[in-house]
Design a protein around this ligand. Structure first.
Ligand code: ATP
Ligand code: MG
Length: 439
């Protein structure tokens, strides 16, 4: 008998907190990832892919020793063959900065980058909190001004809009610079020392090593203590205040609503100045879907030439959960912006040329084609146009050929149809798509 037959065969299972992405969810994931990449591209952010494994020192130095991640959440191991200390990446920024320095990517000025992929943290698995999870993130490296802080926040807002998500709240804060933080730190330590008996074990330890982190506590018993603690914002000097105020002005000018949360410090050590989080009340305790901010000291701290930087990361699992919660997943993700109808022969030729012009302008266009050699009726073509999710149908029939015109039909809102001259079709479509996206 073979050894297999001797053994009782048990079912193998996946690692706790590390999930399979099943086909039933794959489409939604794909949709979220594509929309995120689309937003990044539209703001000039380019994709960078770093390895999943890095030297442990990358995260120790990049994230900071006294953080939840480095203290207790990293999957670290020794390479059996050469004894190197390695870690499965728990987040993207430190690795991206390592790669940027190593490949000298800032040699010709600032860079806008984005990344996507799995991250690993040894946390207690629960809804919205996993041991392997996925992030999409962006990094704007080499830019100092609050305009770029505003830009990266606007990118999030645009992504929520594109995904059809509602009710996400933006919280912002400023952590100031090093000297402002150290004045605040002194006041904070004095305050917490006065209330030693109310601190939990983690906080007692952090009182010595990194008291700011105490503000980040998730312990419900400590909330009222933390709420009354001295606020960093009252320690900001004129330059930090101006940066923070300009950011607020820019957000208001773009109709982005926000709340200032003086207790927002973020879980990683490298942040300064602006920090922010996007939060929903619809996902229970794990309500933060994205977070980020400025980390001006990081590049130098990682061994590069000093350069300012900011960025954010969002949790794809939480976004997908929220899409399901808000039932936007059933929303037809449209295959194209414009669907062309034609009557074959000469009208097909014209439709083909016009469709190419629209594509050159960046539109996604489907030109009707039928399975049979005979052209399908307009009635069946319009059904296909509707099912494609296109915002507009462009109709070029025989009459239109004679008049050198096209009919534009609004498929989603008014349902109205309007004739335009062929030479005006491109401009008209650009105007319509722009005003559609603004409303
Ligand atoms: P939290 O406070 O929820 O632990 P964090 O501050 O540790 O979040 P970041 O390191 O800022 O999170 O990561 C950015 C985003 O990645 C979070 O807002 C969240 O959406 C997602 N994320 C972080 N940890 C996990 C996890 N263990 N499982 C799923 N998503 C996560
Ligand atoms: Mg965390």
């Amino acid at each position: 008998m073979s050894s297999i037959e001797n053994q009782k065969i048990t079912k193998l299972s996946g690692v706790k907190g590390m999930n399979d992405l099943l086909p039933v969810d794959a489409k939604l994931w794909d949709h979220v990832e594509k929309m995120a990449m689309g937003v990044a591209r539209s703001y000039g952010y380019q994709l960078i892919r770093t390895p999943i494994v890095e030297h442990t020192a990358v995260f120790q130095r990049g994230i900071g020793e006294v953080t939840d991640i480095v203290e207790k959440e990293m999957y670290s191991f020794e390479d059996r063959l050469n004894g190197e200390q390695l870690t499965l990446r728990p987040e993207g920024t430190a690795a991206v900065v390592r790669a940027v320095i190593e490949n000298n990517l800032l040699y010709d000025g600032p860079k806008r980058l984005c990344y996507i992929g799995p991250m690993f943290r040894h946390e207690r698995p629960q809804r919205g909190r996993y041991r392997q999870f996925h992030q999409f993130g962006i990094e704007a490296l080499g830019f100092a001004g609050p305009d770029v802080d505003a830009e990266i926040i606007l990118m999030c807002q645009r992504l929520w809009d594109d995904l059809g998500l509602i009710g996400l709240q933006l919280e912002i804060n400023s952590l100031g610079d090093m000297s402002e933080r150290s004045a605040h730190r002194k006041a904070l330590v004095e305050y917490f020392e006065k209330h030693q008996e109310l601190l939990d074990e983690d906080s007692k330890r952090r009182l010595l090593s990194n008291p700011l982190r105490i503000l980040d506590t998730k312990n419900p018993q400590m909330q009222s203590l933390v709420e009354k603690a001295p606020q960093l914002i009252s320690y900001l000097g004129p330059a930090s205040l101006e940066h923070f105020e300009t950011l607020q002005t820019l957000l208001k000018a773009n109709n982005v609503h926000f709340k200032i949360n003086p207790r927002l410090v973020r879980g990683l050590d490298y942040y300064n100045s602006t920090v922010f989080e996007w939060i929903t009340s619809q996902l229970g305790a794990q309500g933060t879907v994205a977070g980020g901010g400025r980390y001006d000291p990081l590049i130098e701290r990682m061994g590069g030439k000093s350069a300012p930087a900011c960025g954010w990361a969002m949790g794809i699992e939480r976004i997908v959960e929220l899409m399901k919660e808000q039932k936007v997943e059933e929303m037809q993700s449209n295959q194209c912006d414009v669907y062309f109808l034609h009557a074959g022969a000469h009208s097909l030729q014209i439709a083909l040329v016009q469709a190419e012009r629209l594509r050159s302008a960046g539109m996604d266009v489907i030109l009707h084609a039928s399975a049979e050699s005979q052209v399908s009726s307009f009635k069946s073509q319009i059904k296909k146009a509707d099912a494609s999710g296109a915002l507009y149908a462009v109709i070029i029939g025989e009459d239109e050929v004679l008049q050198q015109r096209a009919q534009i039909k609004d498929l989603r809102r008014s349902g109205e149809q309007q004739a335009v001259r062929l030479e005006d079709l491109l401009d008209e479509m650009i105007n319509r798509l722009v005003s559609h996206s603004e409303n």
